[in-house]
Ligand binder design. Structure first.
Ligand code: GTP
Ligand code: MG
Length: 453
């Protein structure tokens, strides 16, 4: 368990990405970090250990390496460092065998290998960052595209924790106030007006908490990517368009109607957004058991879509046809335009993007249209996967506890009951901002980090 790791050990790890590079970094954090490195360091200019963050040039005498290694040291004194401890980074040539030699040199001098995420865990334990920020660091490391990276960076800046912290502070004040009453007065605070105002304020807090939870609900992508689902009549050219967009042949294409039965999914880079693209069976009245199953799959995928691509064949379908009716966002597409002359003045064709999977015409426009629609739905603001799900439950629990406190207040319940509920709410909010943390949460978050972060 990461939560059980001793934060007083000095830890070390290669902190640069794996593989050869111009420069590599070995990072140490802990009480002995500086002495371990400085003990083998020959500086260009002799000077005492710095009292502020500083870099030093010189060479390192490393066990098992004959020549002295030219290095640059970055030294940060505790407590104003990322981990809250003494930190040192050894910057040197990015050769993997040399880096591993330097690391083992440090390990034989008293450091132990850092577990994945352990540097960030220390940052969290020392109160330098809260849990949402810790997870955002992970988001930055794992971000699959620029949009996710933006979201992770925003979260790293405290986007999520700010409003929640503000509420937590208000609740803390309230609890302090009520507890003072418990301690110092025999009679409960019986000012009915004051209690009604307090109850109203609590109701407002509960509504705010619910709103934040709901916002997370909207923004959380269980799989992390917006889903774009191709739908339309059999033979409309969905599978061929699916292949053309992906740039490889995954789906079976044939002139026979009813070719696609299962649904297919593939990750697709759509104008900088990573999207899960889904091909489905053509919409038709269900026939035999297989066709029924195909329709169930299709309906289920369509329901879970963030955006539907409604495909009609320009060869066979009429321009006036409105296409599928759906409350979900839809981009309407003409397929097989190479087989038909579309009149650009025809309103029907203007509302549908003309494409051809054979000539590639219109595919770029389609890509841009899809990305624009998804960005309009704020997928760029999606939280790093997992954060929203983890926070939502706690926010809803906090909301329920605050509402229960408000009810007790109005019903004239004792202050003990109210304080009890508010404490519950605080604990739940604490789970979000990391003030109260179970080992389980720590472990779940930090074991996903890579070593050296
Ligand atoms: N000329 C031309 N033919 C196309 C185009 N797109 C699809 N086709 C042809 O239309 C036929 C049906 O294409 P599919 O992609 O299998 O159609 P589908 O919508 O997936 O059909 P189901 O899976 O049966 O629902 C195939 O013969 C394709 O080669 C296109 O843009 N131009
Ligand atoms: Mg198909």
């Amino acid at each position: 368990m990461l939560g059980a790791l001793d934060p007083n050990d000095t830890i070390a790890a290669v902190a640069s990405p794996p593989g050869p590079a111009a420069r590599g970094i070995v990072r140490l954090s802990g009480p002995a970090a500086w002495s371990i490195v400085l003990g083998s360091f020959l500086p260009e200019h002799e000077s005492p250990p710095p009292r502020r963050a500083e870099t030093r040039r010189g060479s390192l005498r490393v066990d098992g390496l004959r020549p002295l290694l030219p290095v640059m040291l970055a030294l940060w004194p505790a407590p104003r460092t990322y981990t809250g401890q003494d930190v040192v980074e050894v910057h040197l040539v990015g050769s993997p065998p040399v880096l591993s030699q330097v690391l083992s040199h440090c390990l034989t001098r008293g450091a132990r290998p850092a577990q994945p995420g352990e540097f960030t865990l220390r940052a969290f334990l020392s109160g330098r960052i809260d849990l949402t920020r810790a997870e955002a660091v992970l988001g930055v490391i794992e971000a699959a595209n620029p949009a996710q990276l933006d979201a992770a960076l925003e979260q790293l800046a405290g986007g999520l924790s700010g409003p929640i912290l503000a509420w937590r502070d208000r609740l803390l004040d309230l609890v302090a106030h009520l507890e003072a009453n418990l301690d110092f007065t025999e009679e409960p605070d019986v000012d009915p007006l004051g209690r009604a105002a307090l109850a109203e304020e609590l109701d407002r807090s509960a509504a705010d908490l619910q709103a934040i939870a709901r916002r997370l609900d909207d923004r959380d992508r269980p799989e992390g990517y917006p889903r774009v689902v191709l739908v339309g009549p059999p033979n409309a050219g969905k599978s061929r368009l699916f292949n053309a967009l992906l740039g490889r042949d995954c789906a079976i294409v044939s002139p026979q109607a009813g070719t696609t039965r299962d649904y297919l999914t593939a990750l697709w880079d759509c104008d900088g957004l990573t999207v899960e693209l889904v091909d489905t069976a053509g919409i038709e009245p269900a026939g035999d058991a297989i066709a029924r199953q195909a329709q169930t799959f299709r309906a289920d995928q369509a329901r879970r879509a963030d955006l539907l691509l409604d495909c009609r064949s320009a060869e066979t379908d009429k321009p006036g046809d409105a296409g599928i009716a759906s409350s979900q966002p839809v981009v309407r597409v003409w397929t097989k335009c190479d087989l038909a002359d579309l009149d650009p003045d025809d309103t029907g064709s203007a509302e549908r993007l003309p494409t051809s999977a054979v000539t590639g015409a219109g595919l770029e426009e389609l890509r841009v249209a899809i990305a624009r629609r998804l960005r309009g739905q704020d997928f760029e603001g999606s939280l790093p996967v997992g954060t929203a799900a983890r926070c939502r439950g706690s926010l809803l629990n906090a909301e329920a506890a605050v509402r229960s406190a408000a009810e007790s207040l109005l019903a004239g319940g004792g202050d003990e009951l109210i304080v009890f509920d508010l404490r519950l709410a605080l604990e739940e909010m604490g789970k979000v901002v990391g003030a109260v943390v179970t080992d389980d949460i720590l472990d779940r978050i930090f074991r996903r980090f890579c070593i050296g972060k």
